[in-house]
Design a protein. Structure first.
Length: 425
């Protein structure tokens, strides 16, 4: 049987339906502690404000170098060479900042949470379950806190995450700061305001190592400026520092900074060559047992820097729509005889490009008939709740949003006639 499509909704009634079935995006209902910007296109940790301090510590010394130090070097070296010194410092700084944002503003490898716990596996005698499982004390089946997984011939225990309701994959850990399970979790870095995981570790290492080179670059040319000053004024080192105090300040600053970022670069270079994470190195110390992920330094470096970065498992801008009619919910709370079909609300996650669910004409007619039957039933029973939307005289009020929806589907006349008849009584 052919059913005519419902007429197009006006702008006012679209707002009514939107208010009754709110449509949000994943980042707006995100259960982690992350901060989102640009409509969910950028994801940061809850400590994203520390990123401003990191940018300040990088850019201000370079600006001081470009304004106060390198301008003197322009006159000490041939003109084109002096300008090149300034240009390299600025371009290198921009490159470091790009790596910083690639590290801090992207999904580090967050594993989506499960809506429900996984079903307990029926393994018969349960021989492959961890001995850490204490068993179920009640009648409800429980999940073992750990499971054994075989990785490159080595048994690795994976833990069950109570927050995300999933068994974490090998090398995955739950970050207590961001409140997410992250694949190949390395650590949470407060300086970049983000977890370091599978999808941003490469950029983190490049950021730290590039910052080390930038410190060495500024440190070296500040010393060159001091040497040029000593030669030009035929003075001692101390007097050269007094004549170029910015150079002295930057020498001290970069000397201290290079120990921090340089030491971090050296440590992570060791982790890359041995295919470890910071979390694994500090917690497990693969000294006494075999590292199941170590495939030789060449393959380890290739895996980190030359492998394809996996796609994010989260679509933060995907729509999450709750198709729940507010007026049917309120009616079900005031009238217990309403059909459960009316009060039922569905939760739909749209993973991009899907069609939105709209009210069908046939469904609307069914809802309308059930609401009329409830109204007439309450009138026959003489039920008059005080100070409610049912009214003081026993007549059942039709709220404005129901009138608007009824007008779209041709049911306004029936509601209007019914209100007049009740008013006449």
């Amino acid at each position: 049987m052919y059913v005519a499509p419902p007429p197009k909704l006006s702008e006012s009634n679209r707002r009514i339906i939107h208010n009754n079935g709110l449509s949000k995006r994943v980042y707006q209902v995100w259960k982690g502690s992350n901060r989102f910007f640009l409509g969910g296109r950028l994801i940061f940790g809850p400590d994203v404000r520390s990123l401003a301090m990191t940018i300040f510590l990088i850019t201000v010394p370079v600006l001081m170098f470009s304004v106060f130090v390198s301008q003197k070097l322009v006159y000490e070296f041939p003109h084109h060479l002096g300008n090149l010194i300034v240009a390299i410092a600025i371009i290198f700084t921009i490159y470091v900042l790009i790596l910083l944002f690639l590290t801090s503003g992207r999904d580090p490898g967050i594993i989506p949470r499960n809506a429900h716990p996984p079903e307990p596996e029926d393994d018969g005698d349960g021989s492959n379950l961890s001995v850490d499982w204490a068993g179920s004390q009640g009648s409800m089946p429980s999940l073992p806190p750990t499971k054994d997984v075989l990785v490159n011939g080595v048994v690795v225990k994976v833990k069950y995450c109570q927050t995300c309701m999933l068994y974490r994959p090998p090398r995955c850990s739950h970050c207590s700061i961001c409140n997410n399970c992250v694949e190949r979790f390395d650590h949470h870095c407060p300086w970049v305001g983000q977890c370091i995981g599978q999808r941003n570790y490469r950029f983190f290492f490049m950021f730290v190592s590039s910052t080390t080179l930038l410190c060495i670059y500024v440190f070296a040319f500040c010393w060159v400026n001091i040497r040029k000053t000593m030669q030009a004024y035929d003075c001692s080192l101390w007097r050269a520092f007094l004549k170029s105090p910015v150079s002295g300040i930057l020498i001290v600053y970069t000397f201290v900074a290079v120990w921090f970022v340089g030491g971090l670069t050296t440590f992570h270079l060791y982790l890359v060559c041995s295919n470890q994470t910071t979390y694994e190195n500090f917690r497990y110390r693969y000294d006494g047992k075999m590292n199941p992920y170590n495939r030789g330094w060449f393959q380890n470096i290739r895996e980190i820097f030359f492998s394809r970065i996996p796609r994010s498992k989260n679509k933060f801008r995907a729509k999450v729509k709750e198709d729940s009619s507010a007026f049917t919910t309120s009616l079900s709370m005031g009238a217990p005889n309403l059909s459960p079909e009316i009060a039922k609300s569905s939760f739909d996650v749209e993973m991009g490009g899907g069609k939105r669910h709209t009210v069908d004409a046939e469904e609307f007619a069914d809802i309308q008939s059930q609401m009329e039957s409830v109204g007439s039933h309450l009138e026959r029973c003489g039920t008059h709740p005080s100070r409610t939307s049912w009214g003081q005289k026993g007549n059942w009020e039709i709220t404005p949003d129901i009138h608007a929806l009824a007008a779209e589907f041709g049911g306004e006349d029936r509601f209007t006639d019914r209100d007049k008849n009740q008013g006449g009584h």
